[in-house]
Write a protein that binds this ligand. Structure first.
Ligand code: NAD
Ligand code: UFG
Length: 331
């Protein structure tokens, strides 16, 4: 298939381009590079030894995106392009609502215009809010606590309504848990700007000596050791989940958790990183971070049952690959 990948220069998008190309698909990337670099596309080409068509375009620029649809015979679209920093979304809500919602609306409108009937969307486990773990796709969605999460819940509703009005249009809403790690080549991975918000890149930068020590946000949660529990999933497993989702897209709205189903605490992750890489990670326990929940992990059975996909890489693989990328990365 010819697949339009928006946000394909970003962290999850670039790994998904590799998985799509390796599965025999052709990718056309649209990215405005607001949170990524063009050389990531070169690295995808280096890994796969295949061409990647790349347009530096903003998905909210309808006229320019229209030309991409016009110039290529697109079979399906995977829409990653979006802003994703939770804290920043509280400070700049309009940037988040505009970018994430207008992007989704323009792309679904152009899908109708050009008769593109397969649409895969990057949603997030954040839409489950404060439900009880494990999170199951059938759960009623609870309000999220920030504009970023709202853009994901609203995009899900927008796409669901577009499907209702256009029965030929099929959508897959993929709710990711915590993507971490990197491609095994070490050529692409997660390279956040500034000080990382997320645990794994923070730990990797402590290992590198870029940051002094990890601050563990709270050890008084009702969890195995008091620290927050998350469902970390290797980014290449997430990438392969997208290949399965677009290749096996059923009619209507398809919702899938992309997680492992396994919870790992902050201290368990630190220990796994130390073991996988033979490096000591200094840390201190500090106050809880505002807005964090105690536990977040998936019931991952639906994707296994219906897509034939399940995560194959374990927490040691995730820590080893995250470190390999960080070690090599000069950014
Ligand atoms: P990322 O920032 O690395 O990738 C997003 C890409 O989209 C970037 O390359 C950025 O330049 C591009 N982009 C943003 N706005 C754009 C616009 N208007 N037009 C064109 N390009 C634009 O983030 P990621 O971690 O790869 O996340 C990809 C998607 O998955 C996002 O929608 C994110 O919200 C979602 N998601 C991520 C996580 C996570 O933990 N990483 C979890 C759940 C969901
Ligand atoms: N943590 C620390 N110290 C840090 C960073 C994180 O102790 O420096 C802890 C957090 O308190 C949490 C766990 O590590 O218990 C994971 O935190 P992350 O920031 O890595 O991930 P979150 O689960 O908070 O958030 C992620 C994405 C969100 C998404 C959410 C649900 O960043 O965008 O998963 O999918 F909404």
């Amino acid at each position: 298939m010819n697949i339009l990948v928006t946000g394909g220069a970003g962290y999850i998008g670039s790994h998904t381009c590799v998985a799509l190309i390796e599965a025999g698909h052709t990718v056309i990337v649209v990215d405005n590079l607001c949170n990524s670099k063009a050389d990531t596309i070169d690295r995808v080409k280096e890994i796969t030894n295949k061409e990647v068509i790349f347009y530096k375009i903003d998905v909210t620029d309808e006229a320019k995106v229209d030309k991409v649809f016009l110039n290529h015979d697109i079979d399906g679209i995977i829409h990653f392009a979006g802003l994703k920093a939770v804290g920043e979304s509280v400070e700049k809500p309009l940037d988040y609502y505009y970018n994430n919602l207008v992007g989704t609306m323009i792309l679904s409108k152009l899908c109708q215009k050009y008769n593109v009937n397969k649409f895969v969307f990057s949603s997030s486990a954040t839409v489950y809010g404060n439900n009880t773990v494990p999170f199951v796709e059938t759960m009623e969605l609870l309000p999220t606590t920030n504009p970023y999460g709202e853009t994901k819940a609203m995009s899900e509703r927008i796409l669901t309504d577009v499907v209702k009005a256009n029965p030929d249009f099929s959508v897959s809403l993929l709710r990711y848990f915590n993507p971490v790690g990197a491609h095994k080549s070490g050529l692409i991975g997660e390279a956040p700007n500034g000080i990382p918000n997320n645990l794994m890149p923070y730990v990797a930068q402590v290992a590198k000596g870029k940051l002094e020590k990890l601050r563990v946000f709270g050890n008084d949660y009702p969890t195995v050791d008091g620290t927050g529990v998350r469902d970390y999933i290797h980014v290449m497993d997430i990438a392969e989940g997208h290949v399965a989702a677009i290749e096996r897209l059923n009619e209507g709205v398809n919702i899938f958790n992309l997680g492992t189903g396994q919870g790992t605490s902050v201290l368990q992750l630190v220990k796994a990183f130390e073991e996988a890489n033979d490096i000591k990670i200094s840390y201190e326990i500090v106050e809880r971070r505002l807005g964090d929940i105690a536990e977040c992990y998936a019931d991952a059975s639906k994707a296994k049952r219906e897509l034939g996909w399940q995560a194959r890489r374990n927490i040691i693989d995730m820590c080893r690959d995250a470190w390999r990328f960080e070690k090599n990365y000069e950014g």
